[in-house]
Write a protein that binds this ligand. Structure first.
Ligand SMILES: [Zn+2]
Length: 68
């Protein structure tokens, strides 16, 4: 599967932001959309898909944490 272009990425991020009600998927703290990062649950290299089911939004502190 090809990588997401910028427009698709923004659209998915907005969808997930609404779905997660602006909360980080890991620490469950509310953040503005600009502070959340689109991340794959299963990494692309591990066979993860570019689908909403395999994507979630996490905050910058969680992204830096090894458990993320
Ligand atoms: Zn977080």
């Amino acid at each position: 599967m090809r990588t997401l272009n910028a427009r698709q990425r923004r659209s998915k991020k907005r969808h997930l932001y609404l779905k997660q009600h602006g909360f980080c998927a890991l620490c469950h703290t509310p953040h503005p959309a600009s502070e959340l990062i689109l991340k794959h649950r299963v990494h692309r290299k591990a066979g993860g898909a570019n689908t909403l089911a395999n994507l979630r939004l996490i905050c910058h502190p969680c992204n830096r944490h090894p458990a993320a």
